[in-house]
Design a protein around this ligand. Structure first.
Ligand code: GAR
Length: 202
């Protein structure tokens, strides 16, 4: 059984999708060991508490990045976390944090990286006028929205779309992609050659 640690800052719909996927057996051999928010008022952390999960608020405000990261890493280690899933965690991890969990931190981003990293990716893509966007699940490295790509899902941009409708359809795909990516990473051996993640066939 693999222990997952979820980090979030807000709504938490990706966290909820992961939790539901575990409960439905779509993610095998995993349990959520702890959910951590850097914001006390994040709806996602309230949901985690309601579900009876270990839910912690570790406020980041006013702390230096690594000082906060050391508190978060201590909590993750205390809960024997094997794989960390960033689920709308709106804070860049320090290099020190990343080095504590090599190839064991995942992030989801609402665009087809390397297009539109950073904040409000769906709005950026819509404003740019792309005809296809989507989402990316990737390993976290020391740069923002940058590490090796595990999985991407595409979403067509319709003539009738606005930023909101596009973001909603991307979010549906995020929820599917994250569970699939967790399964892939936990479910077998993989290699990363350069930036290229590849599952090893047995
Ligand atoms: C999601 O769309 C996620 O991809 C995005 O924040 C949203 C969080 O929603 N993450 C990033 O932009 C990371 N760069 P959620 O709290 O409902 O999961």
């Amino acid at each position: 059984m693999h222990n997952l640690g979820i980090l979030l800052s807000g709504r938490g719909s990706n966290f909820i999708a992961i939790a539901d996927s575990i409960n439905a057996g779509r993610v095998a051999n995993a349990r959520i060991a702890v959910v951590i928010s850097n914001k006390a008022d994040a709806p996602g952390i309230a949901n985690a508490t309601q579900r009876g999960l270990n839910a912690l608020v570790i406020p980041s405000k006013g702390k230096k990045r690594e000082e906060h990261d050391r508190e978060v890493v201590a909590a993750l280690k205390q809960h024997n976390v094997h794989l960390i899933c960033l689920a709308g965690y709106m804070r860049l991890l320090s290099p020190w944090f990343v080095q504590q969990f090599p190839r064991r931190i995942l992030n989801i981003h609402p665009s087809l990286l390397p297009a539109f990293p950073g904040l409000e990716a769906q709005e950026q893509a819509f404003a740019y006028g792309v005809k296809v966007s989507g989402c990316t699940v990737h390993f976290v490295d020391e740069e923002l929205d940058h590490g090796a790509i595990i999985m991407q899902k595409t979403v067509s941009v319709l003539d009738t779309d606005d930023e909101r409708t596009l973001a909603a359809r991307i979010l549906e795909q995020e929820h599917i992609a994250y569970a699939e990516a967790i399964n892939a990473v936990l479910g077998g051996e993989f290699e990363i050659a350069g930036r290229r993640y590849r599952r090893k066939t047995v």
